[in-house]
Design a protein around this ligand. Structure first.
Ligand code: BES
Ligand code: ZN
Ligand code: ZN
Length: 505
């Protein structure tokens, strides 16, 4: 079951010899940024270098079409100078290579692993190849579910990792599995986030998760509005008051096959607002269509949970997601309303558009019932995150320095950048109100991302390790990275959360 793919991906396997139409080889530059040739380099490569067509610069490709039917095409790919090559260079090169492979209509691609291992030296070779393939697969994503004529952008059916050395069998098979699972789970996140909100309703996500949990052996509990009411999750429920669609909280549980008794428990919590109109504090219409992506926090945690589960993480995972729709309507929550939360505190709603924190407050409280060793949440929480950090990094908050460092380390490897912002309690002063224990917003534009985090902090129990990532600035339209779609959901941070879980000790 764990090998079952959600998406139709081109095959990735390992073989001793290659039969296909195109053989790809990866090349590094030397310190002088030249491609060093040797007697074993093919004559085609000598010619390309001689004519200045290819010098193995990072993200460069050169395709030589076979002149005879019985010969194969050659694809030379550059990874740049070995001394400054990073996993991210390999990842981006992989993405650029996919574009080349699809424009050249390659059907069956082989990758010459033996020559790559020789050129790279063994250290990190597997990780470089993994990043290359990750970029290659991630770039192949299309979202054409709602097109009457689906657009196929490539002819590729399979990739073969070619190595004649038996010693490479195991790690190549593992690598292939990891790459496929990573792509499949990132595509899942992208699909869920791209879903228009007339299809992607809270009920749709709850049903989808019930099915996915069954397929991958996770426990899944679905709480409808009545069940949430019993749990006093009034703050969460207040967000869906103006919507005709029912709100749902979903709890997914993954338990490792062995060592469960001593395993650490990681809780992943995500905001799943299926459409954020702003509610009574309605948003301007410009780009309001992007607010179908306001459930990307939940989508990201779903992708990360399944990725870690399918890669057989040694940790327990409790994933808690809150799905609802923020709409104006006769029953909608009004500014000035006071609501009692699951943990008994009261909140004055100043702005119904600051709804993500209301969803999270109650589900963070619920997640703590499971006594996790660490709890992390993510959400498209504030537009101010773009003001603070632009599009290159998302804001990380943590109430524990070691935990922050663990995230930074993982994110350096996945190159899904994070930048730490403060959680100083003085920021809470802006949320003080005479009418309740706190307000949900301050009607003050400055420091909005930090204020969102400070609000969440009010719901974290003493001693609970917790981190929050506000991915509003990176959830969609991240096409400046070649492995992300130009438009729509990026799937960014799926890999980071999954790696975080799998490395948590
Ligand atoms: N879903 C939005 C945040 C958002 C904005 C995500 C732009 C993606 C792109 C969130 O619910 C929101 O509206 N936040 C308000 C908070 C404010 C009212 C305190 C915001 O950012 O303006
Ligand atoms: Zn909002
Ligand atoms: Zn929102």
């Amino acid at each position: 079951m764990k090998n079952k793919m959600i998406h139709e991906l081109f095959q990735l396997s390992h073989a001793k010899t290659f039969e296909g139409d195109t053989l790809l080889s990866l090349h590094f530059q030397n310190d002088k940024k030249e491609l060093a040739l040797n007697s074993q380099s093919p004559t085609e490569l000598h010619d390309l270098v001689k004519h200045g067509v290819f010098n193995a610069a990072a993200k460069s490709t050169s395709f030589i079409r076979a002149s005879y039917i019985d010969k194969i095409n050659l694809l030379f790919v550059g990874l740049g100078a070995k001394k400054d090559s990073s996993f991210e260079t390999a990842r981006q090169t992989g993405a650029v290579t996919f574009t080349k492979v699809s424009s050249e209509k390659v059907k069956a691609l082989g990758i010459d692993v033996d020559s790559f291992l020789k050129a790279s030296g063994k250290e990190h070779a597997a990780e470089v190849l993994c990043a290359f393939l990750e970029g290659f697969y991630l770039a192949s994503y299309t979202y054409d579910k709602h097109k009457t004529t689906p657009k196929h952008n490539h002819k590729l059916k399979s990739i073969t990792l070619v190595s004649s050395d038996k010693k490479n069998d195991n790690w190549l098979n593992e690598l292939a599995h990891k790459v496929l699972v990573t792509a499949d789970c990132t595509f899942l996140t992208r699909d869920l986030s791209n879903e228009p909100s007339n299809f992607g309703t809270p009920e749709y996500y709850a049903n989808t998760l019930a099915k996915l949990s069954k397929d991958y052996g996770l426990k899944c509990k679905i709480m409808n509005e009545a069940a949430c009411k019993k749990e006093n999750m009034n703050l969460f429920l207040s967000v869906g008051n103006g919507s005709t669609r029912e709100s749902y909280v979903v709890v997914m549980e993954y338990t490792p096959k062995t060592g469960a008794k001593t395993a650490k428990t990681v809780s992943l919590v995500g905001k799943g607002v299926t459409f954020d109109s702003g509610g009574i504090s309605i948003k301007p219409s410009m780009k309001m269509e992007d607010m179908k992506h306001d459930m990307t926090g939940a989508a990201t945690m779903i992708g990360a949970t399944l990725m870690a589960a399918r890669l057989e993480a040694k940790q327990k995972i409790i994933t808690v997601l809150g799905f609802c729709e923020n709409m104006p309507g006769n029953n909608a929550t009004q500014p000035g309303n006071v609501i009692t939360t699951r943990n008994g505190k009261t909140v004055e709603i100043i702005n119904t558009d600051a709804e993500g924190r209301l969803v999270l407050a109650d589900i963070l409280d619920l997640a703590q019932d499971y006594k996790p060793d660490v709890m992390v949440n993510t959400a498209t929480l504030t537009g101010a995150s773009t003001v603070a950090l632009g599009k290159l990094a998302s804001a990380l908050f943590a109430n524990d320095e070691k935990l922050a460092q663990q995230f930074i380390e993982v994110s350096c490897k996945t190159e899904e950048r994070l930048w730490k912002l403060p959680l100083w309690d003085e920021y809470f002063d802006d949320l003080k109100t005479p009418y309740a224990d706190m307000a949900n917003s301050a009607n003050d534009a400055a420091g909005g991302t930090i204020r969102g985090a400070i609000f969440l902090k009010q719901f974290i129990k003493e001693g609970q390790k917790w981190a929050h990532i506000d991915l509003a600035n990176r959830a969609y339209d991240q096409g400046f990275l070649p492995y992300n779609p130009r438009k729509g959901s990026s799937g960014v941070y799926v890999r980071t959360f999954a790696e975080f879980v799998m490395n948590y000790r």
